[in-house]
Design a protein around this ligand. Sequence first.
Ligand code: AMP
Length: 205
Amino acid sequence: MKIILLGAPGAGKGTLANGLIKELNIPTISTGGLLRSEMQAGSPLGLRITELMTSGKLVPTDIVIQLLQKRLSNSDTKNGFILDGFPRTLEQAEYLNKIANIDKVLNLVVDKQVILDRICGRRTCRVCGSIYNIQTYNSEKCECGGDLLIRADDNPETVAVRFDTFMENTAPLINYYNEKGILANVVCDGSASDTLKKALEILKK
Ligand code: AMP
């Protein structure tokens, strides 16, 4: 099964993806995660990416596609994958259309204020990528023992730019996939397990 998770920054795509991996036994590909790995490598490309990501703007599509193609060529994607953070523009959606038959697009619907609260309290494990919120998790270590970090782009100024970028570039994809008849809305106003349950019900149909 090939799934896209669509939603504003902080809507809960990464958390839902982590839950779906265990249930569906297919990998999640987060283009943000691929870009962060490139940043950590400290290459010239990584430095350019850092500048764009920390400002909240989109990284050029050719760079993202290059990283995505490499990841998709891995054999673990042969039974499907969950895309988190791709596509983010109509241009990227058209590209994806040519290389994969997407089965379902889950559109995570959540109130802007809830998003801002979630992002401000978000902590991500340096080792396994698990996502926590300080409102519900009171430790500086992940359950795997890894340190919990605040993402460089999870500050109020960058979040505001990321949200505007989403509204301008990515929100049009809701209509795009709705017209293709593969979009389903998932209202994510409850707990992570609640959202996972709703998503699984949709995917079973
Ligand atoms: P995310 O981890 O999905 O929140 O992405 C973090 C940042 O990575 C975004 O704000 C963008 O700067 C960049 N990014 C991730 N995915 C894409 C994409 N598909 N196209 C362009 N930039 C991206």
